[in-house]
Ligand binder design. Structure first.
Ligand code: ATP
Ligand code: TZE
Length: 266
C-alpha cells in the first residue's frame, strides 16, 4: 500500500516538516510523538504574543480547538492569519464543534478570519460546521454515524461551504474537495476506543500538507495510511494477547513503519 504513496512520503521525509500545533492538552503528547514517529516534528505554542513568530518558522499549522478558551482561540486566529500571509497550509480540527454554543461561535470567527487548506473532523463536527446539527451532542466523540451516501454528501457540502479539502472521519472516512470525493475503508474500530485517534490523524494530514502536498493528496494519503497503521497495530497487539494499551503503543510503531524513511546523515 505504501508504494502508492512513495512520492509524497519521500518528499515529507526530505523536508521533515515542522508543524505548529495549537492543540489540546488531552492529546498533546500523542500528537507530538506521532509527528516525530512519522518523520516530522512539532512545536506546541499557544501564547498569542508568540503565535505569529512561531508560525513563521514552521511548514504547516494545525489548529485543533479541543479544550478551547478565549486566549487560545485568539492565538489560533493570529497563527492562522500569519500562515495565510506566508502561504503556509492550515489544517483545522474543530473538536466538539457541536458540543457548545461557545465552540461553534469561536469556530465561526476563526473560519471567517483564516483560510483553511483542510478540515479534518468527525461527522457531528461536520454537521455543526454546516449548521445542520441540533441533536444531542456526543461531546468530542461523534453523536452521529451516517450511511456512506449521507457521509459523502456531508463531506461534499463541507468542502463547498468552506472552500477547502475535507476529511470527514468515522467507521469509514470520506475525503472531498471541489467536485471529487473518495471513501476510505479498512482500518480498525479500536482506533475509536483510544482518545486522540482523530487528533493524530489531523496532525498527519498537517504534516503531509507541510511537505508541499496538495491538501486533497495529503488527506487521502494520511487517511489511508492511518487505517493501515490501525490494522497493523491490531494484528501486532493480538500476537501478544495485548489489549487497548498495547494497541495504542503499537500505533506509534506502525506510523514509523508506514511513514518514516531514514535519510542519510540524520
Ligand atoms: N469503527 C471504526 N472503524 C475503523 N476506523 C474507525 C472507526 N471509527 C473511527 N475510526 C477511525 O478513527 C480515527 C478517528 O476518527 P473519529 O471519527 O473517531 O475522530 P474524532 O472523533 O475526531 O477522534 P478524537 O476526538 O478522539 O481525536 C479516524 O482515522 C477514523 O477513520
Ligand atoms: C477527550 C477530549 N476532550 C477535549 S479534547 C479531547 C481529546 C479528543 O479530541
Amino acid at each position: 500500500m505504501s508504494c502508492l504513496f512513495d512520492n509524497i512520503l519521500a518528499q515529507m521525509n526530505r523536508i521533515r516538516p515542522r508543524v505548529h500545533c495549537l492543540t489540546n492538552p488531552v492529546t498533546m503528547q500523542d500528537v507530538a510523538n506521532i509527528l516525530l514517529a512519522a518523520g516530522g516534528s512539532a512545536i506546541m505554542a499557544q501564547e498569542p504574543a508568540e503565535a505569529a513568530e512561531i508560525t513563521a518558522i514552521c511548514q504547516a499549522v494545525l489548529l485543533n480547538t479541543g479544550v478551547p478558551d478565549a486566549e487560545k482561540m485568539r492565538a489560533c486566529v493570529i497563527s492562522g492569519e500569519r500562515a495565510n500571509e506566508l502561504g503556509i497550509p492550515v489544517v483545522l480540527d474543530p473538536v466538539g464543534a457541536g458540543a457548545s454554543a461557545f465552540r461553534l461561535r469561536e469556530l465561526e470567527k476563526l473560519t471567517h478570519s483564516v483560510r483553511m487548506a483542510l478540515i479534518r473532523c468527525n461527522q457531528e463536527e461536520a454537521k455543526a460546521l454546516l449548521h445542520i446539527w441540533n441533536g444531542a451532542s456526543g461531546g468530542v466523540e461523534s453523536g452521529v454515524t451516517e450511511s456512506v451516501e449521507e457521509q459523502t454528501d456531508l463531506a461534499r457540502k463541507l468542502t463547498e461551504a468552506y472552500q477547502c479539502a475535507v476529511l470527514v472521519s468515522g467507521p469509514r472516512d470520506v475525503v472531498a474537495e471541489g467536485g471529487r470525493a473518495e471513501v476510505l475503508t479498512g482500518g480498525d474500530a479500536r482506533l475509536s476506543r483510544i482518545t486522540g485517534g482523530g487528533c493524530m490523524l489531523s496532525a498527519l494530514c498537517a504534516l503531509l500538507c507541510g511537505a508541499e502536498a496538495d491538501p486533497w493528496e495529503a488527506a487521502r494519503t494520511a487517511g489511508a495510511l492511518w487505517r493501515s497503521c490501525a490494522e497493523w497495530a491490531d494484528r501486532e497487539s493480538r500476537k501478544t494477547s495485548g489489549g487497548i494499551g498495547t494497541f495504542h503503543m503499537r500505533l506509534f510503531d506502525a506510523v514509523e513503519r508506514y511513514f518514516y524513511r531514514s535519510t542519510e546523515g540524520k
